[in-house]
Design a protein around this ligand. Sequence first.
Ligand SMILES: Cc1ncc(COP(=O)(O)O)c(C=O)c1O
Length: 412
Amino acid sequence: MLAEHSKNKKVFDNGFQIAKNADLASKKYGQKNVINGTLGIFYNDNEEMHTLDIVNKEYKNLSDKELFNYSSSISGEERFIEAVKQYVLGKNYSNNLDNNFLEVIATPGGSGAIYNTFRNYINPGEVVLLPNYMWSSYKLMSKEVGGGFQTYSLFNNRGKFDLVNFENSVIELAKIQKNLVIVLNNPCHNPTGYTMSSSEVKGVMEILRAACSLCNIILINDIAYMDFNNKVNNFRDFYQDLPSNLLVIITFSMSKSFCCYGLRVGAQIAISSSTETINSFLDASLYTCRSVWSNIPKGGMTLFSNIVLDKKKYKQLLLEQSYMKNMLKDRTDIFLEEAASVNLKTLPYKSGFFITIPFDNISDEKMADKLKDENIFTIIIPGAIRLAVCSIPKYKIYGLAKTLKNIITTNC
Ligand SMILES: Cc1ncc(COP(=O)(O)O)c(C=O)c1O
């Protein structure tokens, strides 16, 4: 019955099921005896889904019209577009564009922004270049638009971004494809928590500028976790001296930074040195919006712009975000310190929701079973445990590294 291109579709991303199993275990064994480090949702230290007061208050003050009406435009509310530019690129963004053109399209979350980009830039049969550790939805999306994927290895043997492997992977594909879409997820990479240094970003851009002589390059930087970076974000490194066939698309999400995962608000921020490239981006992206989801929730966009464009509310937002960031830092500091003391290996972590713990002595399925036996619920990615520290209260972090070390080292 299914159309040919829809046969063999199956979602193996079982995070929501694991989270449900964790809830069941909590009911059976008591919440304090269960560790739920499954989803990328921030829970406070009382194990309640965390929300921001300023976001709550602003949302509940929206009028019926602001909440329930259609957006005034397919590309998103005008104030929202301005607010996204200021939020991501800085209040003075227009003075710092370095001769580039900038356009923003509102999308249903960061997912919509990534999908919209894949849809319009991957030619049939082409592959997108993804990091070898990644948010698994990228793979589904590339298949959904008729493409495939290949990976670059994220880390070299010194635990830094592997520029050599990145360059080789880019050149190999640039030689045979018309378009090459590449994904970075920086800062606070999911699932490792790696954040690239400015010189690593500059190294990536140098490689891409050179590869542009071989094919068109579309660089996506997924910034879903941008507000959990322990350093100041500087996205300007991504748009210096852009050749006309190198398009940078920063994909923004409100989900994590505003604790409103279900609101489904995000954006594509496209930056190019060419008017033609930017105009064709607008045309194609708007077409996809109109034909797939039409427009996105007006209430979410209004909430965002009301906060970001108001000095006092914005200040309050930053205060509440830094409270969350400190909570997260407390937890990750404890975990990493204890991991070092029991010799538990983790992938290089800098900041963000997740820490990844590699293992190689047992199968992924066996590891999931062993963790479940200890009432620990996490997502297993091939050969590694993705621990969502964002959802584990501080008191449960103590001793967790030692427990994981025991699980990994005991023979089964
Ligand atoms: C790396 C990464 N990118 C993008 C997203 C998309 O989030 P949303 O569609 O809720 O904005 C997520 C969500 O978990 C993510 O982990």
